[in-house]
Design a protein around this ligand. Sequence first.
Ligand code: PGA
Length: 248
Amino acid sequence: MRQQIVAGNWKMNLNLQEGIDLCKTIIALTSDATRKVIISAPYIHLASLVTLCKGTNVKVAAQNCHHEISGAFTGEISPAMLADLGLEYVILGHSERRAFNAETNSLLAKKLDAALSQNLKVIYCFGETLEERKANSHLDLVTQQITEGLFHLEADTIKNIVLAYEPVWAIGTGETATSFQAQEMHTHIRKVMTAKYGSEIAENCSILYGGSCKPTNAKELFSQTDVDGGLIGGASLKATDFVSIIKA
Ligand code: PGA
């Protein structure tokens, strides 16, 4: 049975104390949650959050990492440093990093290798823009993002990958994919994974939906057969909203 996961992506929000307070509330309110809970915070909050979350139901993720393990890369953070903090997850390929930091599928393939080499699990994000959906090229585009970012990996590493489909037009816009659109894409993703890795691995791979997921639409989205939880931006910054999504 594949894992049901709800991950919060704080992006570049909350100062350290606000993050600690939010994390404490999430821990307190999710001890009985059946879904795995992950919070993804700015780098400088991670050490404090890992300490807070030790022994709880909540896991901590970084929002990015560099594709090298060490070296002359001023201002960058290595996956080895994240692993050393006791982190379990890193998000790679978020559409904001693809758009604002020119992250390509081939760069992301290297980042995935670097992260996996340090025993981090990767939440690999991808999704189409509005123009790509209007041009009806969204399925092909997602196939390409998966193929170029992921398909160099051996089958036995896929258990360390969580996929996150996030249509760019739904991120932070208030416009959510319909449950039909989400299920259609997730079925497609699982088909693409099956063709490469076989049905057992594809069936066990969690595929999250992200993009304006809220307490009011989470239940409907998560009830789709191939939607295994969500990656939550804005609504993860408010404990009550995030917890109600986790429990949807
Ligand atoms: P949103 O962001 O929930 O605010 O749309 C989702 C994401 O970017 O992961």
